[in-house]
Write a protein that binds this ligand. Structure first.
Ligand code: NAD
Length: 251
């Protein structure tokens, strides 16, 4: 018996980076995974790779900021799998600017994807989770949902909102047997951070900051925390935040 056998999962931003890794690990551990993204080509490749390993996955085109896309995705999952146990609100975007230099468009885009995307996902997924007898919602925030950092004002505000949305949903959804938790990655080596980590040593050092383990994490090190929250091993973990940052915030 694998760790999430028989469960059905929806992962947003599943075409690359951490979302790809969460999708692959959940599938390897027995879940049927709906890989959701706006990037159709890479998303379909993730599905193919999972299937080639004997896993069960399907791609759905989903822009997390779009209500109609969410409704269509959940309807499709209801038709194809008739249940939903795991929602990983992973899709996110980063803009590197301080608040006082951020345009309305940049602010709105950050909040549309990071906050509205998480809100819509929870609202649209909960009825099917309820029908399924409960579930686990995992919201990907950031260490920058807990602490500040230079030049990322909209991102930090959005990830703080995701952190506290998680707490409020934990309060409201406990009676439905839906657990809600947040994961707070530190510096992870993905396409989002590629230029910052692999261009020059000084930028890499600045980004790693006080990371005690003195390296970025690989995506799968975060996926293992996601898997724990998705599985029944975390049956009493609710409204919690798991920090996966190599000691960054401890330092
Ligand atoms: P990434 O940029 O490498 O990948 C993000 C994925 O989300 C892409 O596949 C992209 O196509 C998809 N996406 C973007 N907008 C979307 C939308 N509107 N609808 C659906 N999909 C969309 O990012 P990553 O580094 O893997 O980050 C994943 C999550 O982890 C994000 O929420 C990010 O903020 C968070 N995070 C990242 C780091 C890091 O160091 N990389 C640290 C902390 C938190």
């Amino acid at each position: 018996m694998k760790r999430v056998t028989g469960k059905v999962a929806l992962v947003t931003g599943g075409a690359m980076g951490m979302g790809k890794s969460h999708s692959e690990l959940l599938a390897a551990e027995g879940a049927k995974v709906f890989v959701c993204d706006i990037d159709v080509e890479n998303g379909k490749q993730v599905v193919e790779a999972i299937r080639s390993q004997g896993g069960d996955a399907e791609f759905l085109r989903l822009d997390v900021s779009n209500e109609a896309d969410w409704k269509a995705a959940v309807t499709s999952i209801k038709e194809k799998a008739d249940r939903l146990d795991i929602l990983v609100n992973n899709a996110g975007t980063l803009i590197l600017k301080p608040v006082h230099e951020t345009s309305n468009e940049e602010w709105d885009r950050t909040f549309d994807i990071n906050v509205r995307g998480t809100f819509l996902g929870i609202r649209e997924a909960v009825p099917l989770m309820q029908e399924s007898g409960g579930g686990s919602i995992i919201n990907i925030s950031s260490i920058y949902g807990i602490i500040g950092a230079p030049s990322a004002g909209a991102y930090i505000a959005s990830k703080g909102a995701v952190r506290l949305m998680t707490k409020s949903c934990a309060v409201d959804l406990a009676d439905f047997n839906v657990r809600v938790n947040s994961v707070h990655p530190g510096v992870i080596d993905t396409p989002m951070t590629k230029d910052l980590l692999h261009t020059d040593e000084e930028t890499r050092k600045t980004l790693l900051g006080p990371t005690l383990m003195n390296r970025p994490s690989t995506p799968d090190e975060v996926s293992k925390a996601v898997l724990f929250l998705a599985s029944d091993e975390s049956s009493f973990v609710h409204g919690a935040e798991i920090i996966v940052d190599g000691g960054y915030t401890a330092n």
